[in-house]
Design a protein around this ligand. Structure first.
Ligand code: F7E
Length: 276
């Protein structure tokens, strides 16, 4: 009973028919060009999908009059260089085209809620990871390399800034938070994170240690992976989500690293290249 339908956030003519056909109770807008570094290379495309895309979807909901609840995937990247810990009242200071586009999408969602009474909520999610994370994002890039090094398929891992700090959580916990937001009587905005901060260096150290490897023998710095403007320190204050949604993260930082490293070590793809 799971159906895939095709549409595109950059094509408004595809969105209204989709809403008419499906008549959904809940719409979760997770669509994006979501890679921060890539957004510096394709800023206009990123803005089109992330910022105008959210507006197109909201406008399709308004114009069709389909009565659904709406979730907007806002991002901790919107805080950029704002002082930590960040909560729902921290002013945004975006540091990339991606983050600027997310700020627009966030504000326009709030605006549609206030203007048209939509049950529209924004989840300001801090980094959330799992074995399904794309291979060009830091966590997965590292755990995949650990597995490949362990299996003798590569020797080196090239990374950018090791000093950035993030509040990393487990993606399934965060999807539960998204769903909880749409089950509330009233819409609202919620910060979702673990309330714990770690550096890229710590993630790398722990991931290599998990496979009995010394990261210093394998990691090299490549300035290609530096960003024109970095986000140094993101740490969630998610008191509101805990209080109102009764939400708690269930996986610690150490467990997250272990889950991701183990998944890559056991990945049939990596095992196959090793055996072959
Ligand atoms: O980088 C540093 C990099 O690309 C994390 C997206 O889902 O979460 C994500 O954004 C940190 C940054 O994620 C490499 O400079 C060092 O400080 O995994 P990331 P992100 O930029 O934090 C937020 C919440 C979103 O909304 C985004 O869509 O790691 N870093 N060396 C590196 N990062 C990458 N990708 N590759 C490196 O080689």
């Amino acid at each position: 009973r799971f159906f895939l339908h095709y549409a595109d956030l950059t094509d408004s003519s595809s969105l209204a028919p989709l809403l008419y056909d499906i008549r959904p109770d809940e719409v979760y807008n997770l669509g994006a060009q979501s890679h921060v570094k890539v957004s510096f290379e394709v800023p206009e495309y990123t803005a089109n999908v992330v910022a105008t895309g959210a507006l197109r979807l909201l406008e399709a909901i308004r114009r069709t009059g389909v009565r659904c609840r709406f979730y907007q995937a806002s991002s901790s990247e919107m805080y950029g260089s704002a002082p930590a810990p960040q909560n729902e009242s921290t002013p945004f200071h975006p540091r990339s085209p991606y983050a600027c586009a997310k700020v627009f999408a966030h504000h326009v969602t709030v605006n549609y809620r206030e203007s048209y009474g939509l049950h529209a909520s924004c989840g300001i999610l801090f980094n959330h990871e799992s074995p399904r994370r794309g291979e060009t994002f830091l966590t997965r890039k590292v755990t995949r390399a650990v597995a490949r090094i362990r299996r003798g398929l590569q020797q080196k891992l090239y990374l950018g800034n090791l000093e950035a700090r993030r509040d990393w959580g487990y993606a399934p916990d965060y999807t539960r938070a998204m769903w909880l937001m749409l089950q509330q009587d009233s819409p609202g905005d919620y910060v979702v994170g673990t309330g714990e901060v770690h550096s890229v260096r710590e993630f790398v150290e722990l991931a290599f240690a998990q496979a009995d490897l010394d990261w210093r023998a394998h990691v090299e710095i490549d300035p290609r992976y530096y960003r024109p403007a970095e986000v140094d320190y993101l740490l969630a204050d998610c008191s509101k989500a805990r209080l109102v949604l009764g939400w708690e993260p269930s996986v610690t930082f150490g467990e997250l690293v272990r889950i991701m490293v183990e998944a890559d070590l056991n990945s049939p793809q990596i095992r196959a290249s090793h055996d072959g």
